[in-house]
Design a protein around this ligand. Structure first.
Ligand SMILES: NC(=O)c1ccc[n+]([C@@H]2O[C@H](COP(=O)([O-])OP(=O)(O)OC[C@H]3O[C@@H](n4cnc5c(N)ncnc54)[C@H](OP(=O)(O)O)[C@@H]3O)[C@@H](O)[C@H]2O)c1
Length: 343
């Protein structure tokens, strides 16, 4: 199975480029980088060139998809530089911690009684937050966590509110209580989550539906459009939101893969006007969509057939601008600068 967070992770994140085994693996950022490089150079819109294997030509004259299957080991990537040889981008954390202590003032950490959430609450208080609201379903865990935090940082710095993020009333209370006390909320860490495939409906409700609800509640209770200050929402996803667990469905004999189409000419896109959160958002969505390359459904249909034929289980594919690209994490070495910060 795709991990519980994989779809949400894809929704929120982008990956880079690496090359592994038979296929060149290209993530969305890099894919965009590659295609823009190719456009600038006026080269044909091909993502890889065949060396060891045979490239299949596509019979539909209106539809060209460049396929990575043909590229054997060592298949050449188009584009002059190897993206992995580029200098990793600077991490802008320095800027964040310098300029924005006021955006650390009042925070909500769902699932903040234990684990990653508790540690986030602890660090927020250590770095000057006025108050952190933590939530969880288990009362004893939450009370214990709040006592520990208040013991360490002072009275009323941590506020435990027991409840379930699947209950909208509870989630609203997580915002309303600190707003009543302090007049604002600056940070939402959407962290509560579970890892329980057997109970997948509850897992989807908790990990995805509630997380999306949290974002919309943050717009309502924190958004400048609603006379608040703005702030930040951090959605806790997972490494397996970027990388699927290939092995899970092996026993079933069923391959499970994901297809991520780029902008495709259908009514979903052409009739999108007026269906967004607000008119500004609608305009922004329109601007974004029109800046992206468009493709026909004939292209997505072909990509679909290709996946059925060739895609290994647990893989994620982007079909954009008539290029079919496999999405995967970049080479882990490119994380070394980030990792060094935590040693
Ligand atoms: N640990 C990892 O390797 C890892 C890696 C990537 C991402 N994550 C993500 O990080 C988040 C925190 O996980 P963790 O590793 O710190 O595990 P954890 O200690 O089990 O934390 C999960 C917290 O969420 C709370 N929670 C679960 N369901 C809830 C609900 N419906 N309403 C309110 N609170 C709820 C739990 O408390 P109650 O059960 O008392 O409600 C618990 O305090 C999760 O979203 C997880 O998917 C973890």
């Amino acid at each position: 199975m795709f991990c519980r967070r994989s779809m949400a992770g894809l929704w929120r994140t982008a990956s880079g480029l690496t090359k592994k085994g038979k296929y060149p693996l290209i993530g969305s950022n890099r894919a965009l980088w590659l295609s823009s490089t190719l456009r600038k150079k006026g080269r044909p819109n091909r993502q890889s060139q065949c060396r060891g294997g045979k490239r299949e030509e596509i019979m539909d004259p209106n539809c060209k998809v460049s396929r990575p299957w043909g590229a054997g080991p060592g298949g050449q990537q188009l584009g002059t530089k190897s993206p992995t040889s580029q200098k990793p981008p600077e991490i802008p954390w320095g800027r964040v911690s310098k300029g924005s202590s006021e955006c650390l003032q009042v925070a909500i950490v769902t699932g903040g009684a234990t684990g990653i959430g508790y540690s986030a609450a602890y660090k927020l208080l250590k770095h000057g937050a006025k108050c952190v609201v933590i939530s969880s379903r288990r009362k004893e865990k939450g009370v214990e966590a709040a006592e520990k935090l208040n013991g360490r940082f002072g009275k009323d710095r941590a506020l435990f509110i027991q409840g379930d993020v699947n209950d909208e009333k509870h989630f609203r209370c997580l915002f309303e209580e600190p707003i009543r006390r302090y007049g604002q909320v600056d940070v939402l860490f959407n962290n509560a989550g579970m890892l329980e495939d057997k109970n997948w409906q509850l897992a989807v409700d908790t990990n995805l539906t509630s997380l999306i609800r949290g974002n919309f509640l943050a717009f309502e209770y924190m958004g400048k459009n609603n006379n608040h200050h703005g702030g930040i929402v951090v959605n806790n996803a997972s490494i397996v939101g970027l990388q699927t667990l290939h092995g899970a469905p092996v026993q079933t004999g069923i391959r499970v893969v994901a297809l991520c189409p780029g902008v495709t000419e259908t009514v979903l896109v052409t009739d999108a006007r007026g269906k967004q959160y607000n008119p500004d958002w609608g305009k922004e969505a329109e601007r974004l969509l029109s800046s992206l390359p468009t493709q026909s459904t004939s292209v997505t249909g072909l990509a679909f057939v290709d996946l059925i034929r060739y895609a290994p289980s647990g893989t994620i594919w982007v079909i954009e601008n008539s290029q079919l690209l496999r999405a995967d994490l970049p080479d882990r070495h490119s994380y070394s600068t980030v990792a060094a910060k935590y040693k």
